[in-house]
Ligand binder design. Structure first.
Ligand code: ARG
Ligand code: ASP
Length: 713
């Protein structure tokens, strides 16, 4: 009987149809709550988010703007990914004290390491303010006046909405301007490094395994939030004390099985799931290939240096990882969009959309939408491509040019705001760039430059190239710049900025590196960017109309979630393997045995620490192993994106079972086109995290402060 009911349920709403989407935590009652219960959840929506009592959301702060983290003890112990804490781990590292290579474990509170500029942000309250934000907007006909009025309303509301003195109000748009939500937030800025495994665990498999399943990475690190004696945010002080959270997550060592419910709670950064087909076409055929080619060249050069020189390896590790990460993602995304026929599926959706619009008598509003999209995407094409070349070559991948651009901005400040602002900024740069130069190697950058400047000159749209780049001798240009420019070392850089304003401006302008940046930036800021922005704001208005149409014309039960925008979201699904290709199927869990299969002694990516090999040989897994095996990673159908790294994977009852850190290769197109059949998120099994802390590092004091559940009695 029960089986029959289950069968009926499965037939009516197939489980995969209830998955995908990133939902707003304050709006889960109704459809989401019943879907989650169907998938096995035992909690109520109010256990996840509640303003009046503590709930899961109180344990899940955003980590430093770009990642997620979770509180796992009543003393503010914080868990996130190794790759999210990478910058901090690196900044405490040197060749002598190499925490990236060897790991780091504070033995007491006193040994926990403070970090400048690291903050975590909690959500206190979420409130829909659409009516207030759109108040008085309906009657305005011009797009720019409309936006102005909306901005005024947002500013006023942000000021007037109630909050405590240490908190902040932030309003964000959802569904492309069709909904507005206010967040009351509080940020803690004394966050200290507590522990990190060696990279051979925390980054095992490195870039070769990145975005790939089967995976075997212990991608975690530990921090602690400190507060003042009233438990409020305070800047670093040795008098601060461990933060007492409103809620922290118990850690389960029960493990997961196929089809178990999981909920991933975090701050997904950006998705564009409702792009029209022509936008996806442009991405697949033009923008992604250009960016991939640029990074491909930069990475090959840097990798060559890093493999030969340990100091360079430390200097460039974090930068390299960041650049390699999206390079690889774009490759996977492009392949996935092609393979899944995303463009054709979008075209069919658009045809269907138009039919529905006609039926609903809304032709006037929506009838021209795709014609207008097409016109604007065609028009923006060369500007968008030029922009990507500028961003990638000048600002992202060539450090001398990126530094030159800082001086270009400095000169602009002088032109626009005068001498005082110029001097302030100049002094800031003069001291502030020390950190940058610590990790800069001119020989590496010179080789990268030589490659990229040629790409820029030959492949970026020619109508937006400065004259000096056309038919240039790139070898000669490179050696001229790197032998003469003062941007190649911190001392020369400071020299360039010393003296009175007139001298500084004259010296900068005499610098060969600066001259090149200036010629590139002048063209970009005059001929490319303004036009790009203009067309893009038209596209944004069309996208808003399209989104409104999708919301209006779709059937009631349609699952339309707002694109990610770095706000707190809930995504849910089940533990599940997948079949990406004919005759290929993947299991949902990997084990330590797989780490040993991949082990290449001494290898840059696949080395394994001796202690871990020993624990493996002795099968010394303590309470974390099952049947002589130790789970390492698992996958599920939770719809995640960049920013979800470090997110807790929570079981049906609210316990922490996994730590999200990646997605599978065949599903990297999920930011644009989510397919529940092959899109999977990758999590570290919490038993592996605890095993490393306990058995590998011997950091028993950390295990003791957690609440561990689900163990065999
Ligand atoms: N792909 C994961 C994410 O997007 C992990 C990246 C860190 N690892 C790396 N090898 N770059 O952030
Ligand atoms: N690794 C990503 C992050 O850092 C997560 C993802 O893109 O799946 O947020």
């Amino acid at each position: 009987m029960k089986f029959l009911r289950l069968l009926v349920l499965l037939l009516v709403v197939p489980a995969y149809a209830q998955q995908g989407g990133m939902w707003i935590p304050s709006l889960l009652k109704g459809m989401n709550e019943s879907e989650m219960k169907n998938l096995g959840m035992k909690m109520k929506a109010s256990d996840i988010y509640d303003v009046n009592k503590s709930s899961l959301k109180d344990a899940v702060p955003q980590f430093n703007g770009g990642c997620t983290s979770e509180v796992i003890s009543d003393q503010g112990l914080l868990l996130t990914n190794h790759h999210c804490g990478f910058g901090e781990i690196q900044s405490h590292s040197s060749v002598e004290n190499d925490y990236l290579t060897d790991g780091f474990w504070a033995k007491s509170l006193e040994e926990e390491l403070p970090n400048e500029d690291l903050e975590v942000t909690f959500i206190v309250k979420i409130e829909d303010v659409t009516t207030q934000v759109l108040n008085g907007v309906a009657g305005i006909s011009s797009e720019s006046d409309k936006q102005k009025k909306i901005q005024e309303n947002i500013t006023a509301l942000t000021k007037s909405s109630p909050k405590e003195s240490w908190q902040e109000n932030r309003i964000r748009t959802f569904y492309e301007g069709n909904q507005y939500i206010l967040f009351v937030i509080e940020s803690y800025t004394d966050v200290r490094l507590v522990g990190a495994p060696p990279s051979s665990i925390g980054k095992f498999g490195s870039d070769t395994d990145n975005w790939v399943w089967p995976r075997h990475t212990g991608d975690f690190s530990l921090f602690r939030i400190y507060a003042d004696k009233n438990n409020r945010p305070a800047k670093y002080s040795k008098d601060n004390v461990p933060y007492k959270p409103k809620h922290f997550l118990p850690v389960s060592i029960k493990g997961v099985e196929e089809n178990d419910f999981t909920l991933v709670f975090g701050y997904p950064g950006r998705t564009t799931e409702y792009l029209p087909s022509m936008a996806v076409e442009q991405l697949v055929n033009s923008l992604n290939p250009a960016k991939i080619e640029i990074r491909d060249r930069a990475l090959k050069v840097t990798d060559g240096f890093m493999r030969k020189d340990n100091a360079i390896k430390i200097q460039y590790a974090s930068k390299y990882a960041g650049i390699a990460n999206y390079w690889k993602k774009w490759i996977g995304e492009t392949q996935g969009l092609k393979k899944s026929n995303a463009i054709q599926i979008k075209k069919n959706f658009e045809k269907d959309f138009l039919e529905k619009a006609t039926k609903a008598g809304k032709q006037a509003e929506y009838g021209n939408l795709f014609i207008d999209f097409k016109k604007n995407y065609d028009e923006i094409a060369p500007y968008a491509l030029s922009r990507d070349y500028f961003m990638e070559v000048v600002l992202r991948n060539t450090e001398l040019l990126a530094t030159g651009y800082k001086l270009y901005q400095l000169e602009q400040i002088y032109n626009l705001r005068g001498e005082q602002s110029f001097t302030d900024r100049k002094n800031n740069l003069s001291t502030g760039m020390g950190e940058f130069y610590k990790n800069f190697n001119a020989s590496v950058d010179e080789k990268v430059f030589e490659q990229l400047i040629e790409l820029y000159a030959t492949k970026a749209p020619q109508e937006f190239l400065p004259a000096n780049l056309k038919n240039a001798d790139f070898k000669k240009l490179t050696s001229e710049i790197y032998s003469q420019s003062k941007l190649t070392s911190y001392n020369k850089f400071k020299e360039l900025l010393s003296g009175d304003t007139k001298t500084v401006l004259a010296n900068i302008n005499a610098d060969k590196g600066f001259q090149l940046v200036k010629s590139l930036a002048d063209v970009y800021l005059k001929d490319v960017n303004p036009k790009y922005e203009e067309i893009n704001s038209r596209i944004a208005a069309l996208q808003r109309t399209y989104m409104k149409g999708i919301l209006e014309l779709s059937p009631k039960e349609a699952r339309i979630f707002p694109d990610a925008n770095s706000t707190l979201r809930v995504t849910y699904g089940q533990v599940k393997g997948y079949n990406p290709n004919d005759a290929v199927s993947y299991d949902h869990t990997t084990y330590l045995d797989g780490v040993m299969e991949k082990y290449i002694p001494g290898d840059y990516e696949f080395d394994v620490p001796a202690k871990l090999v020993e624990l493996y040989n002795n099968k010394d897994y303590g309470q974390y192993g099952t049947n002589g095996k130790l789970a390492v990673n698992f996958i599920g159908t939770n719809h995640t994106t960049g920013g979800n790294s470090g997110s807790p994977a929570i079981d049906a009852k609210g316990n922490l079972v996994g730590l999200n850190f990646d997605r599978v290769w065949e599903g990297t197109m999920s930011d644009i086109f989510y397919d529940p059949a092959i899109c999977r998120n990758i999590m570290v099994d919490m038993r592996y995290v605890l095993f490393i802390i306990d058995k590998y590092a011997g950091a028993q004091r950390l295990i003791d402060e957690m609440k561990i559940v689900g163990g065999k009695k």
